[in-house]
Design a protein around this ligand. Structure first.
Ligand SMILES: [Fe+2]
Length: 383
């Protein structure tokens, strides 16, 4: 099996010939389109875009040994995706045929087991920090988003010390938070621009429809189903569908609201690039802070890396570094490896500094927009 390390995420618009894929690119359904290790060529860009691939992971040639770890294993993530994809397709079929609508025979067992596996894994490493964003295709945005919201919600639940039973319930509810979208017309769901007031009113009904589907199917608890109904309610009021506020909103729904917004902000879409995690976190605590339970938001922030492992950052002294380790207790100040000087020349001897211990140096901004060139002196050292 090909093992590659040192990967970072690049939106398709910034992919350049010669970059090597750090992770295989999969089509909807899971079939591999391009294998990890493939050298990208201009001719591959069109097929990638055609399949709705918005970003890929490429190898960072300047720091090939630095690999971001996902908070969950590939097996757990793909188990959730596979079982949830099946549930979505069964529900979509049921909605396409009104006569079957409320008689769909759905076996929820495998999905409950997939959520239980996720909970077990997240309970093992209580220091995990989110470094990787899921790469999803346009067709599977809702699927990828639901799986991510489920993972982020359970992660926040573990940090809030919920018990296993609560975490499983929370995970299932979060996974199904947007289940009502199976009943929303696809042309509205996939509309890239701003929705008209009528379209938005219809879109909002995914909350009540979702709760109704879950109640009619009867396969999740009342508490899990309440997430579908309440995940667009806001802490200070003004949300939908009921306009609840504060503790009136069930705690699982308050958790899901944070995970839902964070993932939607950072996700790459075909028509726009996802926000860097640092900017998304800033939006959550500034412009959007009245949407969320402040205590829960405070617990959530240390769980996500503003500058994920493998990403490039410019430091306040002008040098460029790659993030090599992020710890929950100080996610803003990771350990970095300085690889380029302020003049952008490769350092003969890259060195690491722990920014938590060096208050004089801080991260000024992400360096992802600039494609790293392999400095000739590093090439020479390689040979
Ligand atoms: Fe939603």
């Amino acid at each position: 099996m090909l093992v590659v390390t040192g990967v970072y995420r690049v939106p398709i618009s910034e992919v350049r010939s010669g970059m090597r894929l750090g992770k295989s690119v999969r089509m909807p359904g899971g079939r591999i389109l391009l294998q990890a290790g493939t050298e990208l060529k201009a001719a591959y860009l069109e097929p990638l875009k055609r399949h709705g691939i918005a970003a890929v992971y490429v190898i960072n040639e300047l720091a090939p040994d630095v690999e971001p770890a996902d908070v969950v294993s590939d097996e757990v993530r793909s188990g959730l995706s596979t079982d949830f994809r099946q549930l979505l397709s069964q529900l979509s079929d049921a909605f396409a045929d009104a006569s079957k609508r409320y008689r769909a025979q759905i076996n929820i067992g495998p999905l409950k087991q997939a959520v239980a596996n996720l909970v077990d894994e997240l309970l093992v490493d209580r220091n995990a920090v989110v470094n990787l964003q899921d790469i999803r295709t346009a067709d599977e945005y809702t699927l990828g988003h639901s799986v991510n919201v489920c993972i982020l919600s359970v992660l926040l639940g573990t940090a809030l010390d919920y018990n296993v039973g609560e975490l499983r319930d929370l995970g299932l509810g979060a996974l199904m938070h947007d289940i009502g979208k199976v009943a929303i017309p696809p042309e509205i769901l996939r509309k890239p621009g701003v929705l008209t007031p009528e379209e938005f009113a219809l879109m909002k009904t995914h909350t009540t429809l979702g709760a109704q589907i879950l109640r009619d199917q009867g396969f999740v608890s009342y508490t899990a189903a309440s997430v579908a109904l309440q995940h667009h309610e806001r802490w200070e009021g003004g949300g939908y569908p009921l306009g609840l506020s504060g503790d009136q909103i069930f705690k699982f729904s308050r958790i899901c609201a944070i995970a839902d917004c964070y993932d939607a902000l950072t996700a790459d879409r075909v028509y726009r690039k996802g926000m860097p995690p640092a900017r998304a976190r800033q939006l959550l605590v500034e412009e959007m802070r009245h949407f969320f339970d402040p205590e829960m938001l405070g617990t959530f922030l240390p769980l996500t890396a503003p500058y994920p492992v493998g990403s490039m950052v410019e430091l306040t002294d002008g040098q460029v570094a790659v993030v090599v380790a992020v710890e929950r207790r100080n996610v803003e100040c990771p350990r970095v490896r300085v690889i380029l000087g302020a003049d952008r020349a490769g350092l003969a001897e890259p060195y690491e500094i722990d920014l938590a211990l060096h208050s004089a140096t801080e991260i000024a901004r992400p360096f992802q927009e600039i494609v790293p060139e392999l400095p000739p002196d590093l090439l020479a050292a390689d040979g």
